[in-house]
Structures are given as C-alpha cells and as structure tokens.
Design a protein around this ligand. Structure first.
Ligand code: SF4
Length: 290
C-alpha cells in the first residue's frame, strides 16, 4: 500500500486501512518536519519500525488506535499513522496476521539486535505475579515482563500506552493480586519494571501516555512528535505536553468531564488512579454561560 509519504507495511503484508475523513486532520504533528525526520532515518537505511506489546490490559488503547468509536480526531488511527510515516509495523496483537509463534520469532530478532526497533508501544500493566515469577502473563511460554524488559533494551523509544502501562492503573490497585507495576512507575512512586534512571537508546525515559484508555489522538500525536525528534515537554512523571484531561476542549487543559457528562472526573491520567474513593460522583453541571 502506498501512502502519502511512503509505504506502510506489516511483517505479514499490507496494512488494512479504512477511509479517512479529510487529509488535513493531522494538524502540524505529521507535517513536513516529521517527514524530514523520517527521511533522515531512511537515509541511514532505517525505516521507522513499531512493535506493540499487550500485557495486563483490557485492550482499550488498541481499540482506540485501531479506530473504534471514541474521542480522537477522524483519521487518527494506527494504519493511517503507518501510511503517513512510511513506517513498518513489526507486530500488533489485534492487527497483524502473524501467529503468536511467528511474532515470537520477530521479537527474538529484535532482542538479538538483528531487527531495529524505533517505537516500542506497551499497553497494560507489567505483571510480576505470582510471587515475582511473572508467570501470570506469558507469551509463548515466557513471562511478558521479561520480554518487555529485553525489548526496552533495544528500542529507540518506549511509550507506555495508558495508565496501566504508565503507572500500574487498575491492576495495581490494592490488593494488587497480579503484583502489577507500570513500566517505570508504581503508582506515583518512581521505579516499576525499569529503574527510575533508565533511559532508552534515544535518551528518553518511558513516555507515559496515561488515561484509561488514552485516546487515539494523544497516541498518534505523541508517536509523530517522537519521530520528529522534537521536545515532548515531559512533565515530572513522564507525560508529554499533548496529554490532556480526556474531555477538555481543543487548546485548553481544563477538564470538562462534569460539564459534558454530569459526573466528576475520576482522574484517570493521574499516577494514583484509581483513587481510593468512589469513582462516579454525580454532579449537576454548571449552567452554560450565555
Ligand atoms: S489503562 Fe484502562 S483502557 Fe488501558 S489497558 Fe488499562 S484498564 Fe484498559
């Protein structure tokens, strides 16, 4: 399949696509600067590559980025991103055609350093149970925790997609029977699967896209910004500047949840989510100003 700026591929063949509502929906993040950065990668013989690992997850981020209905601008999907950036999808559990055994071979090539990896996207908490073995969550016989740790050692950049991957999220809530952590945090405490001082080959800590689920636009804009090589404006817990409360309006950071749905925000982009309090407090929205 030929995209506007290159050829999007998966290891198993062409990427399934769907029609998009307007070619200009991507704003500035996928503009000429991004293409220049991708061209730079190509000049080094490097097509950007992406690998998506799903750990202790409900697939919320996968459904969002594959185009399921929800917040996010039209056209902000993983297939469209691949097309725009001429990127190669090594594997995604819900999109790729490879069997788990074939995917394990791709993963082994990455871990062995035979297959370059630009973006490692991790969805879901890192499960260490039972008793620290990681065997509650295995892939082709191996704890995913160990596979993800090895992949982090090879990836140029690592993105935690969602609050579970970022901070542990719902699986890490007390009593945390799965012994879950985030990639580089456990709730608000630095340190999870990776040490607080860990940096990827590209020089960044884990990029935390918290929210439950994080919306497709935040994921796509952040992945694009990483390929552009710009400053992500990471905050003290590794969240990029494009991370916003989920129902805020464009151009503002103010949470609009109570105005739009009548329930107080339950703070799913925060490192302490889920907070130890009732999640859905009904509030009467303030009357709209004239
Ligand atoms: S952060 Fe929320 S949507 Fe994402 S995997 Fe965890 S529970 Fe599911």
């Amino acid at each position: 399949m030929t995209g506007r700026s290159g050829t999007a591929t998966t290891s198993g063949g062409p990427v399934p696509t769907r029609s998009r509502d307007g070619a200009n929906d991507h704003g500035t993040m996928t503009g000429g600067k991004g293409r220049a950065a991708v061209a730079s990668l190509r000049s080094m013989g490097r097509q950007p590559t992406i690998l998506w690992m799903e750990c202790g997850a409900c697939s919320g981020e996968s459904m969002a980025i594959l185009g399921a209905e929800g917040r996010g601008k039209p056209g902000h999907t993983l297939p469209a991103f691949l097309e725009d950036h001429g990127a190669h999808l090594l594997w995604h559990p819900s999109l790729s055609l490879e069997s788990p055994r074939e995917a394990a071979a791709i993963i082994d090539r990455v871990i062995a350093g035979e297959q370059p990896l630009t973006l490692l996207c991790v969805e879901g908490s890192i499960i260490h149970g039972p008793n620290g073995t990681g065997r509650f969550d295995v892939f082709e016989g191996r704890p995913k925790r160990d596979i993800v740790a090895a992949l982090c050692g090879r990836a140029q950049y690592v993105l935690a997609m969602g609050s579970c991957a970022s901070f542990g999220g719902i699986p890490a809530a007390p009593p945390n029977p799965s012994e879950s952590t985030g990639l580089q945090y456990t709730n608000s405490q630095p340190g999870g699967l990776l040490d607080p001082e860990w940096r990827s080959a590209g020089g960044l800590p884990v990029i935390n896209l918290s929210a439950c689920p994080v919306d497709a636009t935040t994921m796509i804009e952040t992945m694009s910004a990483v390929l552009q090589g710009g400053d992500l404006g990471l905050d003290r817990v590794g969240r990029p500047a494009m991370q916003k409360p989920c129902l805020s309006d464009p151009g503002e950071k103010r949470c609009r949840t109570v105005d739009k749905v009548g329930y107080a925000c339950y703070g799913c982009i925060g490192p302490k989510f889920p907070l130890p309090k009732a999640l859905f407090k009904h509030r009467v929205p303030a009357p709209a100003s004239a």
